[in-house]
Design a protein around this ligand. Structure first.
Ligand code: CAA
Length: 260
């Protein structure tokens, strides 16, 4: 697929997906969402890609939300399809077998906050701003904001953001657990790459199992979730990387993981 609205690049096993509609502050229309879905599918299916980074072009926005110009005249049936496309894409991203990091370089509003929440981690520039302002334009979040936000920051805080439409800065987002790390704008991408490189050197199957256990255990009763963890942990013992990791520890040397 040719991309018109995202830039896809790959370096040292790290794929970077850059939202690139600077004139609309990288707002997501259906074409951009379809491109994201294609890029995430490509990352999922390519074993050479170990980590995904999502960011926005320019220095102003990560993603300023779903494209309001495209949405304004939608019929309910068309809106349903647009919201479903977003949900499918973000679920694909969230459940992909490799880690994803949102490098939030500016406004992450509405769909922008929602895309970042489907990533495993959020690293923010000091200039980043988050929020679910849909209510201010006669809408509510449609790409997971009412579901992922309370899971990340708690019900009360999520309701405050969703029902008021207020924006928060990176510091506040960090305080409430929406953001993992904050960096100066000029070092955000470099620091995110550094962290991604660290992850890309770790055993991929184990990363997959860790993510799988957290993602699919989270909403299960504790007994079932614990069972899922037991199965995922036990499966790690079928890999050479587990043998190598433990052997290297006992031999007091760095492990040489092979991804097998
Ligand atoms: N959709 C379409 N265009 C957008 C956009 C969006 N979400 N956000 C910004 N733009 C466009 C503006 O219309 C403007 O275009 P023109 O230059 O052609 O007029 C351009 O980007 C620059 O924006 P501003 O002039 O508004 O820039 P600013 O610095 O004054 O404000 C902002 C920045 C606070 C992010 C403001 O643009 C804004 O509030 N944007 C909308 C945010 C929003 O409501 N997002 C939620 C969308 S709904 C959603 O996401 C639903 C869902 O859950 C799926």
């Amino acid at each position: 697929m040719d991309y018109n609205n995202i830039i896809f690049s790959m370096e040292e096993g790290i794929a970077t997906i850059t939202f690139n509609r600077p004139k609309a502050l990288n707002a997501m229309n259906s074409e951009t969402m379809s491109e994201l879905k294609d890029a995430v599918t490509l990352c999922r299916d390519n074993d050479d890609i170990r980590v995904m980074i999502l960011t926005g072009s320019g220095d102003k926005a990560f993603v300023a939300g779903a494209d309001i110009a495209q949405m304004q005249d939608l019929e309910p049936r068309e809106a349903l399809a647009f919201m479903e496309l977003g949900h499918e894409t973000l679920r694909l991203l969230e459940t992909a077998s490799k880690p994803s990091i949102a490098a939030v370089n500016g406004f992450a509003l509405g769909g922008g906050t929602e895309i970042s929440m489907a990533c495993d981690m959020r690293f923010a520039s000091e200039k980043a701003r988050f929020g679910q302002p849909e209510i201010l334009i006669g809408l509510i979040p449609g790409w997971g904001g009412t579901q992922r936000l309370p899971r990340l920051i708690g019900m009360g805080r999520a309701k405050e953001l969703v029902m008021s439409g207020e924006q928060i800065d990176a510091q506040r987002a960090y305080e409430i657990g929406l953001v993992n790390r904050i960096y100066p704008p000029e070092t955000l991408l470099e620091e995110t790459m550094k962290f991604a490189r660290k992850l890309s050197g770790l055993p991929p199957f184990q990363l997959k199992m860790a993510k799988h256990s957290i993602n699919f255990g989270y909403d299960l009763p504790l007994d079932n979730a614990g069972r899922l963890e037991v199965e995922c942990c036990a499966q790690c013992f079928s890999t050479q990387d587990q043998k190598e990791g433990m052997k290297a520890f006992l031999e007091k040397r760095k492990p040489g993981y092979k991804g097998r």
